[in-house]
Structure formats: C-alpha cells, structure tokens
Design a protein around this ligand. Sequence first.
Ligand SMILES: Nc1ncnc2c1ncn2[C@@H]1O[C@H](COP(=O)(O)OP(=O)(O)O)[C@@H](O)[C@H]1O
Ligand SMILES: [Mg+2]
Length: 270
Amino acid sequence: MSLAASQGSGGAADGVPVMQFANVHKAFGAQRVLRGVDLALRAGETTVVIGESGAGKSVILKHMVGLLRPDHGEVRFRGERVDRMNTGQLDRLRERFGFLFQLGALFDSLTVAENIAFPVTEHTRRSRAEVSRIVSEKLRMVGLDGIQGKRPAELSGGQKKRVALARAIALDPEVVLYDEPTTGLDPVRADVINELILKLKRELGVTGVVVTHDMASARKVGDRVIMLHDGRFIFDGTPDDLATSRDERVRRFVEGRASAEDLRSLRNGV
Ligand SMILES: Nc1ncnc2c1ncn2[C@@H]1O[C@H](COP(=O)(O)OP(=O)(O)O)[C@@H](O)[C@H]1O
Ligand SMILES: [Mg+2]
C-alpha cells in the first residue's frame, strides 16, 4: 500500500515513507477538522497542501511534529509512531524538522544571529565559533550573510521570512514544514521564497511540506499537490494534474471562484 514503494521516486531506500498518516481524525469540541486523513510523504519531494482557510492545513503540520495528537488514527515518522512519543522523544524528533511558522515568529529582542543560533545552542553543545559558522552558513544559504547584528524590527517582511527560514534549517533538518511561507509578500519577494524552497530541496535534499493559498507558488515548488476539503484529501497529484482536474471543488479553489453558496449568503446579506 505504500505510495513510496509503488511509485519509488527518490523514496527512502527501505521504502518507508518519511511521514505517514493513517486515518487521522481530529476534532476541537464539536468541530471535526480532520476526518480520516491518509498521507505518505516521499523522501526528497516537496508536497504542497492547499485548501480553504480553516480547512485544517496547519493542524496537519502540527500533527507531524507532535504539537497536536490525533483523536484517532496513526502518525508515523520513518515508521515510528509520533502520536505515541513522550516529551523526550518529541524533542529529538523536532530536531530533525525545520518549521517555518505561519507568523514568522522571530524573537524581537534578539539579533538575527541570536535568533538563528537559538535552536543550535538549545539542542546541541557547539562552541561559539561553530555556532557563528553555522549562522553565517545558513544566512548565506538564504542570501542574507552580513546582517547578523540587526534586529527583526529593522528587516522587511521578506527578510524576516528568510531569517526565519535560516533558523528553521540551522540544525540541518531532514524535513522542512513551511506554513504559508509567501503569504503577505509581494509577488517578487514571494518568488524569492519559492526559489529558496527549491534550493533547499536541491542542495540539502530536504523533504518539504508547503501549506499555501498561493497557486503560483504551489505550481512552482510542488512535486505533488494535495487538497484538503471537509477534513479529507480530495485531490492528490502533480501541479499539471491540478490544472486539469475536473473536480468542481478543486477547480473553484484553483481559479479562486466563490461557490454558489457563498454568493447566496452575500445576497442574503450574511
Ligand atoms: N488548538 C486549537 N484549539 C481549537 N481549535 C483549533 C485549534 N487549532 C486549530 N483549531 C481550529 O481548527 C480549524 C483548522 O485550523 P487550521 O489548521 O489552523 O486551518 P488552516 O487550514 O487555515 O491552516 C480552525 O477552525 C481552527 O479554529
Ligand atoms: Mg494555517
């Protein structure tokens, strides 16, 4: 049943998917957000997750690193049950992930260098010289070497995202989770982020998961696109497949069209 084994594109040698969800359910009170999510991420690929606001995309990313646990179903990282890990195991798991949060979330009171060094000093014992070398290397990777001494308030929105990305890759993660990395950026700055996502895949071989509403970004960075709707994946294919999908729910999202229901509620003044 393993997608990685059957399709084999750059999969792990043993065929075990990097990340696997099996029948994952998650509700918050009466709100059933995930209703049986199945997913297998292949090593070295970038998977884009699309879906309306509130569909549960960020909730899926949080399950990958154990920030949320499913009510039902299984979440595995390289075959190991994430949903059963204790705090210590989750700490070690998270060292293997880079997480670019939706809201950037740099520490305002720290310099750029201190922000990027943070996970390194938190999780490893490196000398100051080594930490400083890692900071420069990661800043070079995102095209910003030299701004070590600045504070987040002095940076543009695009630069903040890139610094947050440098921090996310500080520990050389196997998987990078990008939550709406281009949201709020102009098209040119957004494309710089797209290029960085491609570069990290190419040069570091990272497996990527990109949550986005930005269809240009989805097409550019995605090896594979999946769409979450009503708690399940209703589409799984390449960006080209997405463009030719005949599923009305997919078409509406891709083309950015309001549904008949949305239009009715506008007429009714809701
Ligand atoms: N920790 C939480 N507690 C309660 N509700 C939550 C929590 N996290 C997410 N939700 C709800 O789950 C739904 C999906 O959220 P989210 O995954 O953030 O959506 P999106 O697809 O926009 O990323 C939203 O309605 C949100 O309010
Ligand atoms: Mg979200």
